[in-house]
Design a protein around this ligand. Structure first.
Ligand code: GLC
Length: 498
């Protein structure tokens, strides 16, 4: 089922409340209640997050901080003059992609291809992973007839990395669905270059590594100068923002203007030290326990697409076993971990909008289709209603939690008017996520601070190309200045010789 998000046709919050009114069955209400958080809870979450941000930025506190606040080497936003042809890799979201991007001022041309990363590679060895990536680059270059060209490459690598330079990124640990041996603690650019050398049939040099949040910010800033925050709501969740260097105690780079640098917060790890225990439900605990990184990425597991469907499934199963759903009779699919996809949540909630627009015949269409896909044999309209309610509670909590995070960043930055670049499958396809976030942000952001959430297009490709273009230009001007120095020295020698 294809879906697209249009901000104009979203349902006003007042109407959506209709679906969130408590069902009159007390026992159901008791089961779902832990997912309904109060305004005070969200304010408390913001305060705690602010403390964790400060810990991450502090020299003494960083080593033990749960939210790492990684310094990137990206300091300026693009000025629109970037140009050239670049390759980009995008690893860490729903798909792995190789892209060819040509930049010419504001004009951006892009071709890309999605490659599959089989599960056994995602959980295999690092050598296997990077050999696979190098093979995909080779295939892509062959298809585009650029195999003999030497094109600079930017790598959007969407995992927590300690950057030691623009093209030196040490993976702190894997997140989401990846767990390849021998990569944590290593420079991923070195691993990529080694894999390329092992093949020996392509000449590609990686000039920059960026996080997908930075890509989203850069891509949006290319046309909107107010853009200062990048947010991903997809398989995982994370945010980056522009911070004043004075606030970054660990900064060891140049002191020149602009005295600002992008910080990759890695906020997905918020709560790993217990800071979110006060809102954690039994379902969150179960999702964590059965994940490949138990105890890690607490906040991410409450929000992002990799986990949302599973939280809903666990809750539906609880209701079914209690006899509140499907007459107590489920299906093998509904009992299977991971089988209730997050896209189902978006599809089911889309029905709720259709129902409000008066399309009565359609009002359970998607919900029933999901039930059919799950091989549920008997269901009633009430089952549809309850399932919709459950979905809306889980996605509302996720959207409000994400809003608390963005609110915290906006209040910290104290800029009067900020555009937040947002990307990711959850934000794109969920019919109400944007509106829910805006509604909550309006309550949480300090008066006088204006904000806008803007869908960022293809940040992982375009953003990587922009950063690579800057790195390329710097390198050329550096080698030019080295040439100048050489010429100066030679001239001097000649003069001395005479
Ligand atoms: C995970 C990664 C982070 C990334 C986010 C969104 O949280 O650790 O680096 O930005 O997912 O893809």
């Amino acid at each position: 089922m294809s879906m697209s998000l249009s901000k104009d046709d979203a349902v006003p919050a007042s109407k959506r409340e209709y679906h969130r009114k408590p069902l009159d069955k007390n026992s159901i209400e008791n089961i779902v209640r832990p997912f309904i958080l109060s305004d005070d809870d969200y304010k408390e979450i913001m305060q705690r997050m602010r403390q964790k941000f400060d810990d991450g930025l502090g020299k003494e506190t960083n080593p033990t901080a749960s939210v790492k606040m990684f310094t990137t080497y990206v300091r300026g936003v693009p000025n629109g003059s970037e140009n050239g042809e670049f390759l980009a890799l995008d690893l860490g979201g729903t798909n792995f992609r190789v892209l060819l991007i040509s930049l010419d001022g504001q004009e951006v041309k892009m071709e890309s291809k999605i490659f599959l990363i089989p599960q056994q590679i995602m959980l295999g060895s690092g050598v296997q992973l990077f050999d696979h990536i190098a093979e995909c680059i080779f295939k892509f270059m062959k298809e585009h007839n650029i195999i003999h060209k030497n094109i600079p490459l930017g790598f959007t690598f969407s995992f927590p990395c300690k950057q030691l330079g623009l093209n030196k990124a040490i993976l702190a640990h894997w997140t989401k669905g990846f767990k390849c041996e021998g990569v944590e603690g290593e420079d991923i650019v070195r691993l990529l270059h080694e894999a390329i050398e092992r093949r020996g049939d392509i000449k590609v040099e990686c000039l920059a590594v960026i996080n997908d949040t930075v890509g989203a910010l850069m891509s949006c800033a290319h046309s909107d100068r107010k853009c200062a925050v990048g947010l991903i709501l997809g398989t995982g969740t994370n945010a980056c923002y522009i911070e004043r260097i004075d606030n970054v105690e660990l900064w060891d780079g140049d002191d020149d203007e602009p005295r600002e640098v992008m910080i990759n917060t890695e906020w997905g790890a918020f709560g790993d030290d217990g800071a979110l225990d006060f809102i954690k439900t039994d379902y969150d605990k179960k999702v964590d326990k059965t994940s490949i990184n138990a105890g890690k990425q607490t906040y991410e597991k409450m929000i992002s697409g990799m986990y949302m469907g599973e939280i809903v499934r666990l809750l539906l199963e609880k209701l079914r076993k209690g006899g509140h759903l499907f007459g107590g009779k489920g299906s093998e699919e509904l009992s299977t971990r991971g089988r209730f996809y997050t896209k189902y949540v978006s599809e089911i909630e889309r029905d709720m909008r259709d129902r409000l627009t008066g399309d009565v015949d359609e009002h359970f269409k998607n919900t029933k289709q999901v039930f059919d896909e799950l091989n549920l044999e008997k269901y009633t309209d009430e089952d549809c209603r309850i399932t919709q309610y459950v979905c809306s509670l889980i996605s509302t909590r996720a959207a409000y939690l994400a809003a608390a995070g963005i609110g915290c960043i906006l209040n910290k930055m104290q800029r009067p008017d900020v555009t937040v670049a947002v990307d990711g499958s959850l934000y794109r396809f969920h019919p109400h996520f944007h509106d829910l976030m805006v509604e909550k942000l309006n309550q949480l952001v300090e008066p006088g601070i204006k904000f806008k959430l803007m869908l960022s297009h293809d940040g992982s490709g375009k953003g990587a190309a922009i950063v690579t273009a800057v790195a390329h230009r710097l390198r050329q001007s550096k080698s030019n200045s080295q040439l100048d120095e050489l010429a100066d020295a030679m001239q001097k020698q000649e003069l001395e010789g005479h």
